[in-house]
Write a protein that binds this ligand. Structure first.
Ligand code: OSB
Ligand code: MG
Length: 369
């Protein structure tokens, strides 16, 4: 339980090692909002908002997230004694904006856990010291470039390679990677780029022994995913379509997927993530931890979440070097396809002050009155 005296929003820009292209757009540079929460007793907590510059993955984006946090969400957390578990209910009068709410909940939780001296892993009920990780590969210039890139990642030891696909770049590249790496666990992520009329594409992908096909159809659909799933052997994994535990319940009941990608930002926070985990586990549905090209702050949260027992498939949490020439925190490094779960209080990491200053393009401090 903490009383918050100030919340600070920071817009940061970090160069990416290479542009990341998906079916909905391209990111050349990482831009995100960090939240710094300060309690009356002097504890500090950090949160990272997974929204991007453009509303491509979802309807959330940074400029809107900044306003909704500053004007609508942060004021409701200041001057009040709140626990992380109460954040969701306290912010429920604002509809949607889950990525913003998740960032605030993360900062509140990090501060609270620092006050208690407890790690996020322990708080969430995580059981693993290290988690299996994979890598998500953006759409490249050519199939040859893709195969070469995958070779490097396989060499690094990643336990799963996820290929981004879109209409016109699907069966051929996935087939080429499968032929070059017959043993590597592979998946394909369409980011909602197809419709049921494309069923033949998925029948063809079905032949490549993929671990899953991620979000083939509309970001708002469950029913058509259920229809497609009945046509395929490969499990469908939902990402964009699952924004809450209620969505997950509906998806499982409909048979819309066999696997769920959990992203704390997409579903409104770590606590809702745990509810989805618990539900899926009860239903015998595997989950894994997705990623949104987070900096070390958000990556630490993902690792804590991925240490829960139902996360039985490798996550998209790759080494810092896969994303940034320089991360905001101490670099994360995968070894033999696994990554250590931070053990210190809260997230167990914080931004390196000079690095943070260098990356910051805007700061707004909102104080309790
Ligand atoms: O669909 O999983 C996705 C990144 C940004 C937006 C959506 C997605 C992704 C990734 C990257 O696949 C995962 C990561 O390495 O963080
Ligand atoms: Mg995805």
């Amino acid at each position: 339980m903490s009383e918050f005296v100030a919340l600070e929003l920071r817009l940061v820009h970090l160069p990416l090692v290479s542009p990341f292209r998906t079916s909905f757009g391209v990111e050349i540079e990482k831009e995100c909002i960090l939240v710094r929460a300060e309690t009356a007793s002097g504890s500090v907590g950090w949160g990272e908002c997974v929204a991007a510059v453009d509303p491509g993955f979802s309807d959330e984006f940074n400029a809107a997230a900044w306003i909704v946090m500053r004007d609508h969400l942060v004021p409701q957390l200041l001057s009040a004694v709140v626990t992380a578990e109460e954040v969701g209910a306290r912010l429920a009068n604002v509809r949607g904006h889950r990525m913003s709410k998740a960032a605030l909940e993360m900062a509140v939780l990090d501060a609270e856990l620092h006050e208690r001296g407890e790690s996020l892993r322990s708080y969430l009920g995580g059981e693993k010291d290290r988690v299996e990780v994979g890598v998500s590969v953006g759409i490249p210039a050519s199939v040859e470039a893709l195969v070469a890139q995958v070779a490097g990642y396989v060499e690094e030891g990643y336990r799963k390679v996820k290929l981004k696909i879109e209409p016109g770049f699907d069966v051929e590249p996935v087939g080429a990677v499968r032929a070059a790496f017959p043993e590597t666990p592979l998946s394909a992520d369409a980011n909602a780029a197809y419709s049921l009329a494309d069923v033949e594409v998925f029948r063809a992908l079905d032949a490549f022994d993929l671990l899953m096909i991620e979000q083939p159809l509309s970001h708002e659909d469950l029913i058509e995913h259920a229809k497609l799933q009945r046509e395929l052997h490969t499990p469908i994994c939902l990402d964009e379509s699952i924004r809450s535990a209620a969505d997950a319940r509906a998806a499982l009941e409909l048979g819309a997927c066999g696997i769920v990608n959990i992203k704390q930002g997409r579903v409104g926070g770590l606590l809702e993530s745990r509810r989805i985990h618990d539900l899926a586990r009860q239903e015998g549905i595997p989950v894994w931890c997705g990623g949104m090209l987070e900096t070390g702050i958000g990556r630490a949260a993902n690792l804590a979440l991925a240490s829960l027992p139902g996360f039985t498939l490798p996550g998209d949490t790759s080494s810092s070097s896969r994303y940034f020439p320089r991360d905001l925190t101490e670099p994360f490094v995968a070894q033999d396809g696994t990554m250590a779960v931070p053990q210190g209080p809260g997230l167990g990491v914080e931004p390196d002050p000079p690095r943070l200053e260098e990356a910051t393009v805007e700061v707004e401090r909102i104080e309790a009155r």
